[in-house]
Design a protein around this ligand. Sequence first.
Ligand SMILES: NC(=O)c1ccc[n+]([C@@H]2O[C@H](COP(=O)([O-])OP(=O)(O)OC[C@H]3O[C@@H](n4cnc5c(N)ncnc54)[C@H](OP(=O)(O)O)[C@@H]3O)[C@@H](O)[C@H]2O)c1
Ligand SMILES: [Zn+2]
Ligand SMILES: [Zn+2]
Length: 373
Amino acid sequence: MKNGTMRAVGVFPRRREVGLLAHAAPRMQSPTDVRIRTLEVGICGTDREICSFAYGTPPTDSEYLILGHEALGEVVEVGPGVQGLKPGDLVVPSVRRPCPHHGCSPCRVDRQDFCFTGDFTERGIKMTHGFMTEYFVEEDKHLNTVPQELRDVAVLVEPLTVAEKALAQVWQVQNRLPWHARSAERGAGKTAVVLGAGPVGILGAMALLVNGFKTYVYSRSPEPNPKADLVNSIGAKYVSAQTVSVKEFAGIVGTVDLVYEAIGVASVGFEVLKILGLNGVFVFTGIPPHKPAIPIEADTLMRDMVLKNQVIVGTVNADRPAFEGAIRDLGIFKQRWPRALSAVISGRYPMEAHRELLLGKATGIKNVITIGQ
Ligand SMILES: NC(=O)c1ccc[n+]([C@@H]2O[C@H](COP(=O)([O-])OP(=O)(O)OC[C@H]3O[C@@H](n4cnc5c(N)ncnc54)[C@H](OP(=O)(O)O)[C@@H]3O)[C@@H](O)[C@H]2O)c1
Ligand SMILES: [Zn+2]
Ligand SMILES: [Zn+2]
């Protein structure tokens, strides 16, 4: 840090620019604040979309927004009111911060992932600076402690929370079935289909396998390809949508109890919805850009939903239990599939590489910017 400033990667929406900038080093303001040195920040489609100016809003007093919402950091200083954190601890921050409205019951009980007003803010996305910078300050309640032995993979905690929150909802839905197993292996004897072999899909497949599901990953690229190899190496089965139609896929998988969609292409999602089984749950996580309307077999889908007791659930953002679950499950993944898990991180780059990573062609699985050592 020079002259009280630090390096950051930010986006200037008005000027339509993305670049390195000097940002004032953050100060501790409340007794429960924690100062954190950023170690790593993952890059995802959301960051790339913000850099195409599709969305992303700077704080009201800033012309730029510091990017980055998938972070791992090391605590350097804690306020006098902080309990349970000390310098040297590894932490992963959550992303969403509550809206200010008194009447918003989720935000008032730290469940801003279900905010009713939409006036929440999100670090690195909406009206609050992100973590693609050398230091940040955060209230202790938005931080999740990570064991030191997960340091090399902990940048994957935030993207894994998508699956953790999704599965928490799946269990709640399936508690409608009185015989539904409430044991650790709640997917035993059941079949899950993951759509997409990006980081959200692969981490989702790992979570489904750990929960005992027989797991298929239906994605675009034909085999052989590194994502398919990774998926097959963990005991799931990769099937390419380019070589196997949804109809043929249905013949391969048999009864589908759960679909975890992580593509963001509605035509694929609704086609696969047609093969969801009796009492099945379909989770949408993908966020498609606005596009012209497409035809879907709405009557068939509606008829099936009713006659097959199906549930479709959309999910976004995550609560504290989802972060804690992700940290616990990353530990399990690391024990079970150490090579596959580290291969999800396809590259580590310095901050200077931000332009290629954010504006260039999407490559690899999860690319990470290393900021501190
Ligand atoms: N709900 C949430 O909280 C949340 C959080 C993060 C991300 N997301 C969303 O989740 C989705 C997945 O994220 P990600 O980071 O894993 O994305 P990603 O890296 O872009 O991966 C997408 C995967 O889908 C596959 N795919 C793309 N088009 C396809 C098609 N037409 N048919 C079959 N497969 C297709 C891709 O295949 P190839 O391997 O051949 O490229 C790739 O494997 C995105 O829509 C993202 O916006 C949601
Ligand atoms: Zn992300
Ligand atoms: Zn709210």
